[in-house]
Structure formats: structure tokens, C-alpha cells
Design a protein. Structure first.
Length: 139
């Protein structure tokens, strides 16, 4: 009798990649960012949304998923792996997890940088104009 090996499908692969980002910890990174942003900026704007999205999944995928790739040998001996403490990532998924981290984090980091630069430019312009206001009589 011949036994066939069943290859996991794409849904299994996506689930494993997501599990490597420790979904139970998403709130531990996204909520502090969102709360601090709201307390300091006092508004929900594009930077708030993009930053919160970044700290939900991509940040955790880079932090935990990539860690699982590099700690694979020690994770094999860790009885807590496979649950909320993180996935025991199949070796065939190691490269995919690293790429998924890079591909999901990079556009959000670029967007956050651009949005933050715009906010900084607005603040600097406002400050410069406010400083010039008293001298408007000679402008």
C-alpha cells in the first residue's frame, strides 16, 4: 500500500505565516501606538491609520516571524511553541515569512515616513510664519 503525502494548500500557508506574527500580541503593539498618537496629535488622520495598521501585523511579523526563522533549532526543543507563544514554523516557510515581513512592512514604513515628513514640514512652516508675524510691517 502506497502512502501519499498531502501538501498543505495556500490557506494553510497563509495561516502559518499569520500565526508566526503572534496574533494574540497584535493589540500589544497597535494599541500603545494608537493611544500615544491620539494623546499627542489629538486627531485620527492618515498617519494614525497607517501607523496603527503597521503595528497590527507587519511589525509583529518582522519581530516574531523573523525571530522564529532564526530560532528554529531552539524552538524545536521549546514545549510552548505551536500555540499563543508562537508558531513552530515549518522550514519550507522560513523564506516566505522573511519576505512577507519585508513586503508588508516596507510600504507602510515609507508611507509613515512621508506622512510624518509632511506633518513636520507643516509644523515648521507654521512656526516660521508665526515667528515672522511680528515683523510683517517691514515685509
Amino acid at each position: 500500500m502506497k502512502t501519499e503525502t498531502v501538501q498543505p494548500g495556500p490557506l494553510h500557508t497563509v495561516a502559518q505565516v499569520l500565526l508566526s506574527s503572534r496574533p494574540i500580541s497584535w493589540i500589544n503593539t497597535a494599541f500603545p501606538f494608537a493611544a500615544a498618537y491620539l494623546l499627542t496629535a489629538g486627531t485620527v488622520d492618515a498617519l494614525f491609520v497607517v501607523g496603527t495598521l503597521f503595528f497590527l501585523v507587519p511589525y509583529n511579523l518582522v519581530m516574531y516571524g523573523v525571530n522564529d526563522v532564526f530560532d528554529y533549532e531552539s524552538d524545536l526543543r521549546n514545549p510552548r511553541k505551536g500555540g499563543s507563544e508562537g508558531a513552530l514554523l515549518e522550514p519550507r516557510l522560513h523564506r516566505l515569512v522573511v519576505w512577507a515581513g519585508v513586503v508588508t512592512a516596507t510600504p507602510l514604513l515609507v508611507a509613515m515616513s512621508a506622512l510624518a515628513a509632511l506633518a513636520s514640514a507643516r509644523a515648521a512652516s507654521t512656526s516660521a510664519l508665526a515667528a515672522l508675524a511680528p515683523s510683517r510691517t517691514w515685509l
